[in-house]
Design a protein. Structure first.
Length: 315
């Protein structure tokens, strides 16, 4: 990855011990050539895109969100990221895999990696699977295959044996970032400052997910409603809440943090998909990292709102 280093693992939008091991492989420049992500389609797609963005980023901390590569990923036109998506649950055809192979051959053997994503390994036709095996058997050193499946029990053993499998919903997800000290005090008011931020955050996402007429007013609202708090703490609580919505949708109830707001969770999780949540979590985490001074904070939060809005426009 050259001078690019990875953002800390605690920034990854999904965390569990297996993904931590994958993180360490990437960090140590031992990224597997073929990776199979198993989980709900929306989750595996969003995570694979985040992972590809991390591999291709040319900024200082991957994914930085600001380098030309990250911009190309966000615009869906990165020349070194090839995708064969399985929309509407249709199975990927052999011809689509051949197209990827043809494009892989055109790439030089440069130092920059080429990443390709092929969805629906559990729905591949035998012909398509055989085409793919050819590529998996002769990996080019700088090529990384990201494969996805909802049910690994239906993936051909020949493909399973050539890819490292990572489950994206294991029920044991660990978000290894405790609340900041400024939100947690050792006295009896322990939860007051957390709750003080959480309530406006829940209201804010309620508007965000349900109000189609989304405007920059939301950035101002979030800043105003939480103005007595550090904006980084506010964004941290927002991430905790968004992760709870994701856990709720994935029925990982044992991982919920804000259990007393389970009714709000139920209502809000209906209007947002797992993939959208992952994307939004990733955007908010990135914003939290670069939010900086108070003057910059407002601009960064506005930028965050614009990007979140795009997440909901695409789908
Ligand atoms: Zn970047």
């Amino acid at each position: 990855m050259g001078v690019t280093t990875l953002r800390p693992f605690t920034d990854w939008p999904i965390q569990n011990p297996a993904l931590q091991a994958l993180y360490e492989e990437v960090r140590d420049e031992r990224t597997p050539h073929a990776i199979l992500f198993v989980g709900p389609a929306a989750v595996t797609r969003a995570f694979a895109e985040f992972f590809a963005k991390s591999l291709l980023c040319t900024g200082t901390e991957a994914p930085c969100g600001t380098c030309p590569s990250c911009h190309q990923m966000e615009a869906n036109n990165h020349p070194d990221f090839l995708q064969v998506l399985s929309d509407d649950g249709a199975s990927v055809k052999a011809a689509q895999i051949e197209q990827v192979q043809a494009r892989l051959k055109l790439r030089g053997h440069g130092q920059r990696p080429v990443v390709y994503l092929i969805e629906g390994m559990d729905k591949l036709t035998a012909v398509a699977a055989n085409r793919l095996l050819k590529t998996l058997e002769e990996p080019v050193s700088s090529t990384i295959a990201l494969l996805t499946a909802e049910n690994d029990g239906r993936v051909l053993p020949t493909i399973l044996s050539r890819a490292f499998l990572y489950r994206l919903t294991s029920g044991d997800s660990v978000w290894d970032d405790p609340l900041p000290d400024s939100l947690l005090h050792s006295d009896s008011e322990q939860n007051l400052s957390f709750a003080g931020v959480l309530k406006p955050v829940i209201q804010w996402t309620q508007h965000l997910f349900r109000d189609g007429d989304f405007t920059l007013r939301f950035a101002a609202d979030l800043m105003k409603q939480t103005e007595s708090y550090n904006i980084e703490d506010v964004l941290h609580v927002l991430i905790v809440w968004l992760r709870d919505l994701l856990h709720y949708r994935l029925e990982e109830h044992e991982s919920l943090v804000c259990r007393e707001f389970i009714q709000d969770m139920r209502v809000q999780s209906e209007s947002v998909s797992e993939g959208q949540l992952l994307e939004v979590i990733s955007i908010v985490m990135e914003t939290k990292r670069r939010v900086g001074s108070h003057v910059a904070a407002r601009l960064n939060v506005e930028q965050m709102c614009i990007r979140i809005r795009e997440v909901f426009r695409i789908v």
